[in-house]
Design a binder for this molecule. Sequence first.
Ligand SMILES: [Zn+2]
Length: 215
Amino acid sequence: MANLINPYTFSQQEKSTITPTSPNGDSNSDFWNDEQFASLRSNIRKHYREEQKGACCYCKSNLSHTGPGNCEIEHIAPRSRYKNFIFEPKNLAVSCQDCNRAKSDVDTIKPSSNKKPRKRYPIASNSFYIVHPHIDRYADHIKNDGDFYIPETDKGRFTVSACKLDLRLHQYGYTGDSNFLELLALTSELAKKMKNGAEISPSIKQFERFLDGLK
Ligand SMILES: [Zn+2]
């Protein structure tokens, strides 16, 4: 699939500053925060903020328009685990502070088939556990309505869990029962089918099986 957001393009000057550290991966990942990369980080943030139309890549809430406060550069595959992808444009996006902090260093890349460390950045959707902002259409995996995030696929479930998107329901009394989210997903699916005039018998059966499982 074509890129959903355009990856950042490094200028020649920027390339010359990152070459010594990025491909070797022998440095502590904190070098990302070095002062020497301050303007680079600012350019990257600006680029993805525009590409993502000011919305967090994981929860779609509004990002701050200026400064890094609530518009953090997100390493989709965490930089602590994948030092060779720290400057990989397809591994970068912007997220809100809540999502970035919650996701932290959760691994998002599936192991390669030969179990060896990945040298090249994967581009296939099924190489990632997470809904990837460059590759996956968000709406195919998560139904979002206000503070409700209803996962509709395994990737959706992973993303809701990694970014703790269901925490936003706690303000309404949600206690963390995963059956609740499953029930929401089933209800949403049923409502969608009814709205579209689709056959709803399979969804009703699925509902009944789920309720039977709770007994
Ligand atoms: Zn977010």
